[in-house]
Design a protein around this ligand. Structure first.
Ligand code: NAD
Ligand code: AKB
Length: 321
């Protein structure tokens, strides 16, 4: 059996996905790859490759030489960072995808996972229970790159029979590693500040409702989609996926149930406009129908597990770097 590689493995999703796939496929069958020089300790038990997804020839050579047949391509700039570096974001978010899609078209790679996002939707999209098929007019460079990526995935599937699978993740909440520059990051940052200072200044307004998901649900969704029978998958652009939706003030109130003196302030910044352009909630009935998807974590469970597990040392280590 061919090996699996996760490119962008040191990020918020990658660290947890590598661990889950190593449990399922065996440690040596799953290679973590990232542009970072140093592998995080949590991934050090298995193979690591320093790889720049933008170095097309090096990536091709590595995948061919290692006998890799399954690729999870996670490397990207997220919404907030992408707005600061639009040219580079477009390059990073698109070029690597072509490298991997082409390897699949040539028959080297057999299966691809590529993540999309709720960012494919925009201000003209219906914001509540956003349907699978609806208006997609994103106003961020991140959303534009994800929408273009979705169209290319579907095109390679239809024209070249590439087995590419994708999910439009909502904002993901986890404690194993810090989030990497998105608009939904407040819903992770808040737990570190709650533990550290018992207060948080939100960069989104109190009533900014957004779709969110606990990482364990997101990883399970990814594995379930990748293991699903190809014939049952009717969508080869990207599946809507829903966890739960909440506002910053609802999240603060839930935290107060555990930390009654917790204080929240609101100082919206440029990320507010991004949040305002995204859906409030998502209809994921196509994912339920095609591969049996159903979320397990609501806001109450997320808050309990996050407060119990966030480690403020992670925050300190990342500030020191
Ligand atoms: P992240 O920013 O935490 O991690 C991205 C990783 O990619 C980092 O470890 C980074 O070092 C690596 N990387 C950057 N440039 C690279 C390059 N040139 N070559 C190789 N690696 C490189 O991101 P994440 O939150 O883990 O997201 C992973 C994917 O999932 C992205 O495509 C993102 O758009 C998508 N997604 C994430 C969320 C979320 O809430 N986390 C939601 C929707 C979609
Ligand atoms: C971001 O906020 O950019 C990401 C996403 C929803 O794609 N978390």
């Amino acid at each position: 059996m061919g090996k699996t590689i996760i490119i962008g493995a040191c990020g918020q999703i990658g660290t947890e996905l590598v661990l889950e796939l190593r449990k399922r496929k065996g440690v040596n069958a799953v290679i973590a790859a990232d542009v970072k020089d140093e592998v995080p300790e949590i991934l050090a038990s298995g193979p690591y490759a320093k790889m720049d997804i933008l170095d097309r020839e090096a990536v091709r050579a590595y995948i061919m030489n290692e006998g890799i047949t399954e690729v999870y391509l996670l490397a990207a700039l997220l919404s907030a960072t992408a707005e600061k570096h639009p040219d580079f974001a477009w390059r990073l978010n698109m070029e690597g995808l072509f490298t991997i899609l082409d390897l699949a078209k040539e028959g080297v790679v057999k299966k691809i996972f590529w993540p999309s996002s709720i960012a494919v939707f925009g201000p003209t999209t219906p914001r509540d229970k956003t349907p699978q098929f609806t208006i997609t007019e994103p106003t961020t460079i991140y959303g534009i790159s994800k929408l273009a990526g979705e169209r290319w995935c579907e095109y390679y599937h239809q024209k070249h029979h590439v087995d590419v699978r994708s999910i439009r993740y909502p904002g993901l909440i986890s404690y194993t590693s810090l989030p990497g520059g998105g608009t939904t990051d407040y819903a992770v940052d808040i737990f570190y500040q709650a533990k550290l200072n018992n207060q948080y200044v939100s960069f989104l307004s109190s009533d900014s409702e957004l779709p969110m998901m606990y990482m364990e649900d997101a990883i399970r969704a990814t594995v379930e989609l990748m293991e699903a029978d190809a014939n049952s998958l009717k969508i080869r652009s990207s599946y809507n996926l829903a966890g739960c939706s909440f506002t910053p003030s609802e999240l603060a109130n839930e935290i107060k149930k555990h930390l009654p003196d917790f204080k929240m302030e609101y100082k919206p910044d440029f990320r507010q406009a991004i949040a305002d352009s995204w859906p409030r909630s998502i209809d994921d009935s196509a994912a339920s129908r095609d591969w049996g998807w159903s979320a397990r974590y609501g806001i109450g469970e997320i808050v309990s597990v996050m407060l119990e597990n966030v480690n403020i040392d992670l925050l300190k280590t990342s500030t020191q770097k």
